[in-house]
Design a protein around this ligand. Structure first.
Ligand code: BDR
Ligand code: CA
Length: 321
């Protein structure tokens, strides 16, 4: 089987960094480009951070593009300091290459329109601003993706930034709603599943014992982050492309509450048409829903083994595709 062509949109971020390492190490994935967005940190930091991580992995030929610096419907980005002021836990990595000057949204539209429909995979690990803007500019373009695997939301459990909302969906709730209603084939890896991806101290220590520059950097980043958020959120959508048997889920109707209320950023789901109508009536909403697969379980032991083995295999030279 030829490797799956893939584009990752992200906001590194330490778990984003682990996801990029996982993708760079996977022989079954062909990482064509990485696009960046404001999220954990401003886009002026997330894009160079992605470049640093790809260079660390040996993926010098994979271009990095900066995209939107603020959400669709708010004047200011909603960043956090969970990943440190530099987004990589204070782990200094050299910036060897440069960020490509083409805008992320242009790259997304172009890549989706150029690849045969249903062939290019998208993975989204930050706020969905770049993807939503691509859809607003080129209506129907997201449906051309083979699938969009998204880390974001929290359907059946509380959020991690408000009682209702997970960080990525809270950063740009309107964008998340647009993407979920785009008609694309989507899989959502929210806190429902990522809360199961705890990294034990022993597992983190096992990275250090690998002793390679990539493993030592990964270990140092995770040590800076794990005491605040010991979960490998963003690795999940990439891992699902490498080994879909790690995860299970179910189809649901989905939308995101984007109005400026206390539930702003909440992922609302329904399992049946009747549930969807009842929810629309009780919440006074418009009744408009998208549909996707909500991922609900992961085999975390196998996920951690995959991530460790992948880190151990790097660097792996990836030239320009
Ligand atoms: C998400 O928020 C960010 O801090 C992480 O990178 C991840 O994408 C988890 O809620
Ligand atoms: Ca992220």
């Amino acid at each position: 089987m030829p490797p799956l062509p893939l584009l990752i949109d992200c906001d590194p971020g330490i778990d984003d960094a682990l996801a990029l390492l996982l993708a760079a190490a996977a022989p079954g994935l062909a990482l064509h480009a990485v696009t960046c967005v404001a999220g954990n940190r401003p886009v002026e930091q997330t894009a160079p951070n992605a470049r640093r991580i790809l260079d660390l992995a040996g993926a010098h030929g994979v271009p990095v593009h900066a995209g939107c610096g603020r959400p669709l419907a708010q004047a200011e980005p909603r960043s956090n300091l969970v990943h440190g002021a530099d987004g990589l836990g204070g782990v200094e990595l050299p910036l060897q290459g440069r960020v490509d000057p083409r805008h992320a949204v242009d790259v997304l539209i172009d890549a989706l329109q150029t690849a045969p429909a249903g062939t290019l995979h998208l993975v989204a690990l930050g706020p969905l601003t770049n993807l939503a803007l691509a859809e607003l500019r080129a209506s129907g373009v997201l449906k051309r993706a083979a699938r969009i695997d998204i880390m974001g939301g929290s359907a059946d459990r509380p959020g991690n930034v408000t009682p209702h909302a997970e960080f990525n969906f809270h950063c740009d709730p309107l964008a998340a709603d647009i993407v979920l209603k785009s008609g694309a084939d989507v899989q959502v890896f929210g806190l429902d599943v990522t809360a199961q991806t705890e990294m034990s101290e022993a597992w983190r220590a096992s990275l250090a014992t690998l002793g390679t520059p990539v493993a030592l950097a990964a270990h140092a980043m995770l040590q800076a982050y794990a005491h605040i958020d010991p979960l490998l959120h963003d690795a999940c959508p990439v891992a699902a492309l490498i080994d879909p048997t790690l995860f299970s889920g179910e189809t649901r109707r989905m939308r995101v509450e984007w109005r400026d209320t206390e539930s702003e950023g909440r992922l609302v789901t329904a399992t049946t048409d009747a549930d969807a109508s009842a929810a629309a009536i009780s919440q006074g909403g418009s009744g408009s829903w998208g549909q996707g697969r909500l991922i609900t379980t992961v085999d975390n032991a196998r996920l951690l083994a995959l991530v460790r083995d992948s880190v151990a295999s790097l660097p792996r030279e990836i030239a320009n595709s």
